[in-house]
Design a protein. Structure first.
Length: 579
């Protein structure tokens, strides 16, 4: 959990650097945390500012100022203008707009902006909250509304500042689940113990979502890690009790379920009809199929468990470095189907195995700090591309088309405009370049130097001096050659052959994924992470879950919006860690 003093200090630092009153959009762009962390901690954005001694948007805002701000955000980010976009980039709250003009869409109409037909008015949102509460009872939890509501709990939070404020505005009894500080720690622990008593240990997140009284986010805010909460409640699976189960009992139970439901016996069938957990079987026999073999039960190649897949990937890899997908097909024991069944793609499978992938490998915080210092000491022409990859998420495909016209679009606001013909959705994409960044290694905020580098390039060149994607990679490699790295593989792989390079291989995609991993470490919302990395704009797809997985495996931090795989292997020991 982020200490309140640190949160207040970060608000004060951001306000000092970017002026007061401090908007949510400014803090989202330049602060170290998500504005929703502030809203959750202090019940509303303005309460957080007041606690930090920062000027708030006090007094009535003139109608002309509201309309001008709507038009500015629409001009910069396109029409129709959504509440979410305005919340991120506007100077005022969407509630102020709705109160002044009667509804969000009426405010857009007054400003001459195309209305978003999917935008919901405050009255409609309140009516929907009341409908769900009427159908499913009070107090109304955010989980219940996410399942049965028409708009989602995040829409309520954006509109009213917090879930509790939205429910209260609707005249509905508030459930203390969404206000972690209103619930006694003893109550949270008692509820975990109740669920464990009724549904078994350990209590998984999925089990608690279904049977628990409070919100999972409440427990995360109180204990930081799910496992820490289980330990505190005394409901973590007792490893000694697992060891006390006779091996003969486990084998007999496998044989019983196989006899009743047929062979080959799938893990999902045993999960439903067996007396023990799949985890217990895997712990005792190293893998699911190992248990089946020991019990004399037919093994189904297509039913390899997640731990089987990860162990095999690790077995054919060299040290901490995973092999590529094609190389695995020639030396691995499994076909593609069990890998895709459990992990969808090769990259998350390798990372879940605790290995470093061949491509899109984030730098550690220390390595990124070293790379940054090498970049800012480079010639501006060599520095521009790496800095864009490091702090904008720009792909090498887009960067190879980089034009001075993009940089001049909103030069004074550090906004780049990527033309429609290069984007995934066929619309121009606006990207704000950060002036500062949070260094997770030194734990302080530093300048990106992007504004200064861009000014220099625009003053010296009529066209950007990059001719190809290969040239862009060369710029990244040149910086890496000067990088005083603490450790970074100096091996390249090509066609299954390995050779040592003269310097560490740091590619554009490595820097993109490092940028994403750093945002995950700060707890930034998944939607904002994807936007900052270009998802939906110049990047047709981005797997935000990838960078969340990386941080989960290597840092042990589980982002609130991350869906972890059933098991990952510890990078150092190779021991399994179950979600």
């Amino acid at each position: 959990m982020i200490p309140t003093a640190d949160l207040i200090a970060d608000l004060q630092q951001t306000a000092a650097e970017h002026g007061e009153p401090l908007s949510k959009a400014t803090y989202t762009e330049f602060g170290s945390h998500s504005y929703q962390v502030v809203v959750t901690r202090f019940d509303s954005w303005n309460e957080g500012l007041i606690e930090a001694g920062i000027e708030t948007h006090q007094g009535p805002v003139s109608t002309d100022d509201l309309l001008a701000d709507l038009r500015q955000v629409a001009a910069e980010h396109g029409e129709p203008l959504s509440v979410a976009t305005y919340t991120e980039f506007g100077s005022h709250s969407s509630t102020t707009i709705e109160n002044r003009f009667g509804s969000w869409n009426e405010g857009l109409a007054e400003a001459g902006i195309e209305a978003n037909p999917e935008s919901v008015s405050t009255d409609e949102l309140l009516a929907d909250l009341q409908r769900v509460a009427g159908e499913h009872g009070e107090p109304l939890s955010s989980n219940t509304y996410d399942e049965f509501g028409s708009h989602g709990a995040n829409t309520v939070r954006r509109r009213f500042g917090s879930w509790i404020d939205g429910v209260a505005e609707a005249g509905i009894e508030t459930h203390s689940t969404d206000g972690a500080k209103e619930i006694a720690t003893d109550e949270l622990l008692a509820d975990l113990q109740r669920v464990a008593a009724e549904h078994g240990k350990p209590v998984t997140i999925e089990t608690y979502i279904e049977y628990g009284t409070y919100g999972v986010s409440t427990i995360y805010r109180r204990f930081d890690e799910w496992r820490d909460a289980l330990i505190e409640a005394g409901v973590e699976m007792d490893r000694s009790s697992i060891k006390d189960i006779p091996t003969t009992d486990l084998l007999a139970d496998l044989q019983r379920v196989a006899a009743e439901h047929g062979e080959p016996l799938s893990s999902s069938t045993y999960d439903e009809f067996g007396s023990y957990s799949i985890t217990t079987i895997e712990d005792r026999f190293s893998s699911w199929n190992g248990g089946l073999a020991e019990a004399g039960i037919e093994v189904n190649e297509t039913d390899y468990s997640p731990i089987d897949v990860l162990n095999d990937i690790r077995a054919v890899s060299e040290g901490e470095y995973g092999v590529g997908a094609e190389e695995y097909q020639s030396i691995g024991s499994l076909s593609k189907s069990p890998i895709t069944n459990h992990f969808n793609r090769w990259w998350p499978a390798v990372v879940s195995a605790g290995l470093l992938p061949v491509r899109r490998r984030p730098l550690t915080p220390k390595q990124f700090d070293q790379y940054y210092r090498a970049v800012i000491n480079s010639h501006p022409v060599d520095a521009l591309a790496p800095l864009l990859f490091m702090f904008s998420g720009m792909s090498s495909r887009i960067a190879s088309e980089l034009s001075v016209d993009w940089l001049r679009h909103k030069r004074d606001k550090n906004i780049i405009k990527i033309p429609a013909e290069l984007t995934a959705n066929g619309d121009p994409w606006l990207m704000r370049l950060p002036e500062t960044w949070w260094n997770p290694h030194t734990e302080n905020r530093l300048e990106t130097t992007l504004p200064e580098i861009i000014e220099w390039v625009l003053d010296v060149y009529e066209e950007i001096p990059y001719s190809s994607r290969e040239a862009l990679s060369d710029h990244c490699f040149r910086v890496a050659a000067d990088m005083d790295t603490e450790s970074r593989e100096r091996v390249s792989r090509s066609g299954g052959y390995h050779y040592f390079a003269d310097y560490p291989r740091v590619r554009p995609a490595d820097l993109n994924y490092t940028h994403g991993a750093n945002l995950v470490r700060q707890g930034v919302d998944a939607e904002i992470i994807e936007r900052r990395l270009g998802a939906g704009g110049y990047r047709d797809k981005l797997f935000a879950q990838d960078v969340m997985l990386w941080v989960y495996v290597h840092d042990g931090y589980e982002h609130p919006e991350f869906s972890p795989p059933p098991v990952v292997l510890d990078p150092s020991s190779g021991e399994p860690r179950y979600s």
